[in-house]
Design a protein around this ligand. Structure first.
Ligand code: ATP
Length: 371
């Protein structure tokens, strides 16, 4: 029995999450597995009503579940950043979900790349450090020393910055920081995955020729881990990686990236796969509570119209059940999604005629028929 927290959120979140829950329940029924779902009204409606983003009580209750299944947040009535920082980023930080995992595979004929190119890539993005620490500031001329305070599950770090300039120009800066421990635990996850999947190598993207301090540490630790696991690591600069992903994606299996480059490359990965309608993501803490979500946002322009493609949310549910230890169910779900796509049992964004609910029903039917 698994206990899963559901946070449908805003916009199309509740519509696509309802389909993901339905599909995972259908796959579980076939295997006589029971899933207990606990629903949370976290999102913009509650925020506008009560001012609550993510409360301590939410965190406490979410943490009692085996995983979190998340829809989307975002609302035109709320200034950008408030919900994202107050809910999504806080959740990732509080549960120390240090790996962001995003698969990218060729969903023919929806991939914009040529048909003969079959690829199946798992992007792993370090989710807590690098240039997305929020460690930055601005100054003009000379400012007194300021302290940037960084608080993570792994450490507390105070960074004292003294800025002295010869001009009156305004300056702004953003500091990228990585720790040996942060890279080690992330690399362990990547190499464990490579070992379990019997892969011959992993690829690590960086910019070690320019950001030498940061990514020399990254490379040193990846080399150490590569020797420890006996699995080769191939280092690539992120710019070369972007080109290679379009030209020859079939070359890659597991691609490990620091936070910022991972953010960009995974969007490229989503696009070569077939776009937002099929892109799923997991924020993973292998020793704690992980969260799974579609990559797309709340898409207010199509909310409440039955137009949203539920496949990304369904594939996020597949990743969740894989991670919880039932990849057999995950395979079943992925098989049914592929069949539905082959038969054009999809929503309008993929050239089909079905509503969100009908597209979910079609996948449920395929799972039941195969069981
Ligand atoms: P947010 O502010 O929450 O990020 P957004 O509309 O800016 O929302 P997305 O939700 O990522 O960003 O979507 C961008 C556009 O892609 C949407 O306007 C919508 O038309 C389309 N889109 C996104 N997700 C889906 C989906 N699941 N099915 C169909 N179209 C989608």
């Amino acid at each position: 029995m698994y206990k899963i927290a559901v946070v449908p959120g805003d916009g199309i979140g509740p519509e696509v999450i309802a389909e993901g829950v339905k599909v995972l329940n259908a796959a579980a029924e076939v295997e006589s597995l029971s899933i207990e779902w606990e629903w949370f009204p976290i999102g913009s409606e509650r925020y506008l009503r009560t001012g609550d983003l993510l409360t301590e009580e939410d965190i406490d209750r979410l943490g009692k579940n085996d995983a979190i299944y998340f829809g989307a947040i975002g609302d035109p009535r709320v200034a950008p950043g408030i919900l994202e920082k107050g809910i999504l980023i806080t959740m990732r930080t509080r549960f120390d979900q240090y790996v962001n995992m995003r698969p990218s595979r060729s969903w023919h004929p929806y991939t914009p790349l040529k048909r003969e190119r079959d690829f199946d890539i798992t992007f792993l993005r370090e989710n807590t450090e690098d240039f997305y620490m929020g460690a930055g500031g601005s100054f003009q001329k000379k400012e007194p020393t300021s302290t940037i305070k960084i608080r993570r599950q792994l450490y507390d770090l105070d960074l004292k910055v003294e800025a002295v300039s010869s001009t009156d120009y305004e300056f702004a800066y953003e500091v990228g920081i990585m720790s040996s421990k942060g890279i080690e635990r992330f690399a362990d996850f990547a190499f464990e995955m490579a070992k379990n999947r019997g892969m011959e190598k992993i690829t690590a993207a960086d910019k070690a020729n320019i950001c030498t301090h940061l990514y020399h540490l990254w490379r040193r630790i990846f080399k150490q881990k590569s020797e420890e696991y006996g699995i080769p690591v191939e280092f690539m600069y992120v710019d070369a990686m972007a080109m290679a992903l379009v030209r020859s994606p079939e070359r890659f299996g597991i691609v490990a990236c620091p936070n910022m480059f991972g953010d960009i490359l995974t969007d490229l990965g989503a696009e070569i796969m077939g776009g937002l309608g099929v892109a799923a993501s997991g924020n993973i803490n292998p020793h704690g509570v992980s969260m799974f979500e579609p990559v797309h946002g709340s898409a207010p322009d199509i909310a409440g119209q039955g137009k949203a493609n539920p496949i990304a949310a369904i594939l996020a549910a597949k990743m969740m059940i894989d991670q919880l230890g039932r990849p057999d169910l995950g395979k079943q779900i992925e098989w049914a999604v592929k069949r539905a796509m082959d038969q054009k049992l999809v929503t309008a964004d993929m050239g089909g005629k079905l509503s969100t609910q009908q597209a979910g029903d079609a996948i449920v039917e395929l799972i039941r028929a195969s069981g």
